[in-house]
Structure formats: structure tokens, C-alpha cells
Design a protein around this ligand. Structure first.
Ligand SMILES: CC(C)(COP(=O)(O)OP(=O)(O)OC[C@H]1O[C@@H](n2cnc3c(N)ncnc32)[C@H](O)[C@@H]1OP(=O)(O)O)[C@@H](O)C(=O)NCCC(=O)NCCS
Length: 177
């Protein structure tokens, strides 16, 4: 595990991120919604990164990447749609097919939970997963997310909704946890 680290996305990640996304495009598209084809170019990825970093600067998004000890990007994880008044956000992550099964998604999700608590003072995280995505469901459950039973009017297009409450530091101190 020590050969990998989780860090924030940078403006200089364009080439490395494009290589990662192209290498794993089929793999990701077999589990999650496909990206716009225009994304798969240096210009497309540069625009994507610029957009994410602007959203990071305004407190709406927290983008992380997982890199190996050679500096290659092998995974990504994001706090998405950070809603400060509601103190909630969505999580998303993807890991390269060649490095799956080594705990990297779990590592990155734990980092997102830490950032959600310590940096953004959030109290709830949500995730949406297709029912057949057994690996992702395992990652969520291992990190304390619980499957929420869908309401009759649910509009999440066949996806399962997982929720994880986060206790803020003052609550933990008060309860002696
Ligand atoms: C889902 C995904 C992020 C998991 O990444 P990962 O780094 O392999 O995750 P981890 O190693 O932390 O944990 C995965 C766990 O699921 C298990 N798993 C994987 N596929 C499985 C399957 N089909 N059935 C049952 N368990 C499965 C692994 O064995 C592992 O459990 P273990 O540690 O007890 O052995 C990765 O497969 C991926 O990027 N998939 C495509 C994109 C995607 O689905 N993103 C999530 C959208 S919600």
C-alpha cells in the first residue's frame, strides 16, 4: 500500500489524467456512465481539470487523485456537489483496472471522509451505485455507508443510494468518543 498516495488534483495533471482515463475507458464504462467523447483529448481534460479546480476554489468540489510511486495516476476520488448549508456532499471514485483489489478505493474514500469532516464540516455523505456494482458496494459498506431503502417516488434511475452520517469533532469530544 505504501507505494500509493492520495493527493489533490493539480492543473499540471492533464497528460497523466488523460492517460489514466483512456487506459481505463472501457473498464469504467462497464460500471458507470460514459463520459462525453470530447473529454478524451488534452484540451478536453485540461478543461475538465480547470472546471474542477474552480469548483474546488469555491467550495463546491474536492478532487483527489491516487498516484503510484512513479507519479502515474491510478485512481480518482471526489467530494461532489458540496452543499455547505445542508452540510452534505456526494462521493464518487474510480480505480484503474490493473490496480483493483488492493484497497485503493477504500483508501481514497477514507481520505474523502476525513476531508468532509475536518475541512468542510459536513455531517452527511451520499453515494449512488448501480445494484450490480458489488465491488463499489463493498467499499461503501466498509467505510460506514448504509443502503437507504428507496421511497416510492425515488428518481435515481435504478441506482442504490448509500448514506453515511459524519459526526463533527465537537460532538465526538462531547460524547467522549
Ligand atoms: C469499484 C472500484 C472503485 C473498487 O476499487 P478497488 O480499489 O478495487 O476497491 P478496494 O480494493 O478498496 O475494495 C474492493 C472490494 O470489493 C471486492 N470486489 C470487487 N469486485 C467484486 C465483485 N464483483 N463481487 C464481490 N466483491 C468484489 C474486492 O475483492 C474488495 O474486497 P476485499 O478487499 O475484501 O477483497 C473499482 O472497481 C472501479 O473503479 N470500478 C469502476 C468505476 C466504479 O464502479 N466506480 C464506483 C462508482 S459508484
Amino acid at each position: 500500500m505504501s507505494k500509493f498516495r492520495v493527493r489533490e488534483l493539480k492543473s499540471t495533471d492533464t497528460a497523466a489524467l488523460l492517460a489514466f482515463e483512456i487506459e481505463n475507458r472501457e473498464w469504467f464504462e462497464s460500471h458507470i456512465d460514459a463520459r462525453d467523447p470530447a473529454f478524451y483529448s488534452l484540451q478536453g481534460v485540461a478543461h475538465h481539470i480547470e472546471h474542477y479546480l474552480l469548483d474546488f476554489a469555491r467550495g463546491a468540489w474536492h478532487p483527489l487523485v491516487i498516484e503510484d510511486d512513479s507519479g502515474k495516476i491510478v485512481g480518482r476520488a471526489n467530494l461532489k456537489s458540496i452543499n455547505s448549508p445542508a452540510r452534505s456532499a456526494e462521493v464518487g471514485y474510480r480505480v484503474g483496472q490493473r490496480v483493483c483489489g488492493q484497497g485503493l478505493a477504500t483508501l481514497a474514500l477514507q481520505q474523502l471522509i476525513h476531508e468532509a469532516q475536518s475541512r468542510w464540516q459536513l455531517t452527511q455523505l451520499v453515494a449512488y451505485v448501480y445494484p450490480e456494482n458489488a465491488g463499489s458496494k463493498k467499499v461503501l459498506e466498509r467505510c460506514g455507508f448504509l443502503l437507504e431503502q428507496p421511497a416510492d417516488h425515488d428518481q435515481t434511475a435504478g441506482e442504490c443510494r448509500f448514506v453515511r452520517p459524519i459526526h463533527c469533532r465537537s460532538e465526538l469530544a462531547r460524547d467522549g468518543r
